[in-house]
Design a protein around this ligand. Structure first.
Ligand code: DOR
Ligand code: ZN
Length: 356
C-alpha cells in the first residue's frame, strides 16, 4: 500500500464559474465538483460574468445561486470599473475582496483612467484585499498607489520576470503586496501558443499570455517570493476556442493539484512549499480560519494520464490533455465530513458554505 499524504484542503483564490450568464460553460455545481474532486475545498469566484458583479443586487443574486449549488466552500469577489464606488460600503462585508482589471481580458472591464484607479484605492476598505489583473506598466501603477493609499493588494497570475521583479522589490520595500502564479504559466510557454498577429491563436490563448521560457524559469526560481498558486480556471467551450476569434482562458481546476504533485515528485518544490502556496498562505492573505477537519488524502505515487473525457469541468477539455501526472486524490474531507471518494461525490448541492 502506498503511503497516503494528507494535505490541508486547497484554497483557489481565482476561478470563473460563469454562473449566472454562461452556465453552458460551467456553473456553481460543476465548478465546485471539479474543485472538490481535485482537492480544492475553497474557491473564490471572479466578478466578470456577462452581467458583471458591480452592484449589490447582482452580487446578492450570485450569492443565492452559489448557496444553492456549491459543493465546496466558496467566496465571491465584487468588481469595479471605478463607477460604482457608492456600492462598496454595502458589499464589502459580503465578499472576499474586490477585483480590478487594469489589463485587457474576457469581459473588457478594464479601468484605464488613473483618477478612477485612485478613487478605487481610496474607497475600498483598507483591511480588505484588492486583487489586480495588472501587467507591465500597470504593475508600476499598482505599486505606486499601494504605497500612497496603504491598501492590502494582491496581484494575480503574474507571468513574467519583469513583473515579478517589480513585485519582489515592492515586497522588499515592505509594501503590503502579495501575488500568485498559475500552473499554466509554470508549465506552458509562448511556444505553445503562437499568436503573433498573423496566426489565429490556438487552444492555449490566455490572458496574461503564455510567456517565454526565461520568464517561466524565473517564476520557478523565485517561488519563495510567490505567495500562492491560483488556477484562473476560465472555462470556454472547445468549439469557441477552435473558432476564428477564440476567447482567452484555460480551464485549470482539474489539473492544479496533479500538476503540482508531479512537480513535487520531480523535486521542483517541496511538499511543504506546495502546502504553503495552495492553502496556508491564501488563507492568511484573506484572513480565513483553517479547519483541521478539512483535508485531502493523496496517493503521491499513483500515475495517471489527464484525459479530456474524464474531467469534471463542464467545458470538457484541458490544455494538459494526455499529460502523464503523478499524485492522485483519493479522498476529500470538508469540515469533518467525507465529501469525495473513489470518484464519487458524497454530499448534495448546497453543502458548500460561504467563507464570509
Ligand atoms: O484568459 C483569461 N480568461 N484571463 C482572465 O483573467 C479571465 C479569463 C476569463 O474570464 O475567461
Ligand atoms: Zn481570471
Amino acid at each position: 500500500m502506498a503511503k497516503i499524504v494528507r494535505l490541508p484542503g486547497l484554497v483557489d483564490i481565482h476561478v470563473h464559474f460563469r454562473d449566472p450568464g454562461e452556465t453552458h460553460k460551467e456553473d456553481f455545481y460543476t465548478g465546485t465538483l471539479s474543485a472538490l474532486a481535485n482537492g480544492v475545498t475553497t474557491v473564490f469566484d471572479m466578478p466578470n460574468n456577462l452581467t458583471p458583479v458591480f452592484t449589490e443586487e447582482v452580487l446578492q443574486n450570485k450569492i443565492t445561486i452559489a448557496r444553492q449549488k456549491a459543493v465546496c466552500d466558496w467566496g465571491l469577489y465584487f468588481g469595479s470599473t471605478g463607477d460604482n464606488l457608492a456600492e462598496f460600503a454595502k458589499v464589502a462585508d459580503k465578499v472576499v475582496g474586490l477585483k480590478v482589471y487594469l489589463s485587457l481580458t474576457t469581459g473588457k472591464y478594464v479601468v484605464g483612467d488613473e483618477d478612477k484607479i485612485k478613487a478605487i484605492f481610496a474607497s475600498w476598505p483598507k483591511e480588505k484585499v484588492i486583487v489586480f489583473h495588472a501587467e507591465g506598466d500597470r504593475v508600476d501603477l499598482v505599486i505606486k498607489y499601494t504605497e500612497k493609499f496603504g491598501n492590502k493588494v494582491h496581484i494575480t497570475h503574474v507571468s513574467t520576470e519583469a513583473d515579478l521583479e517589480k513585485i519582489i522589490a515592492a515586497k522588499k520595500n515592505k509594501l503590503s503586496i502579495t501575488c500568485d502564479v498559475t500552473p499554466h504559466h509554470l508549465f506552458l510557454t509562448e511556444g505553445d501558443c503562437p499568436c503573433n498577429g498573423e496566426t489565429v491563436p490556438n487552444l492555449y490563448f490566455v490572458k496574461p499570455p503564455l510567456a517565454s521560457q526565461k520568464d517561466q524559469d524565473f517564476l520557478w526560481q523565485n517561488l519563495t517570493f510567490i505567495d500562492c498558486l491560483s488556477s484562473d480556471h476560465a472555462p470556454h467551450l472547445m468549439e469557441e476556442k477552435q473558432s476564428s476569434r477564440p476567447p482567452a482562458g484555460l480551464p485549470g481546476l482539474d489539473t492544479l493539484l496533479p500538476l503540482m504533485m508531479t512537480a513535487v515528485s520531480q523535486g521542483r518544490l517541496s511538499l511543504n512549499q506546495l502546502i504553503q502556496l495552495t492553502s496556508v498562505s491564501p488563507a492568511k492573505i484573506f484572513s480565513l480560519s483553517q479547519n483541521d477537519s478539512t483535508f485531502v488524502e493523496v496517493d503521491p505515487e499513483e500515475e495517471y494520464q489527464i484525459d479530456n473525457h474524464k474531467l469534471l469541468t463542464k467545458c470538457g477539455w484541458s490544455p494538459f490533455d494526455d499529460w502523464l501526472v503523478k499524485g492522485k486524490v483519493k479522498r476529500v474531507y470538508l469540515r469533518g465530513r467525507k465529501v469525495f471518494e473513489k470518484g464519487q461525490l458524497l454530499v448534495d448541492s448546497g453543502y458548500g458554505k460561504n467563507v464570509i
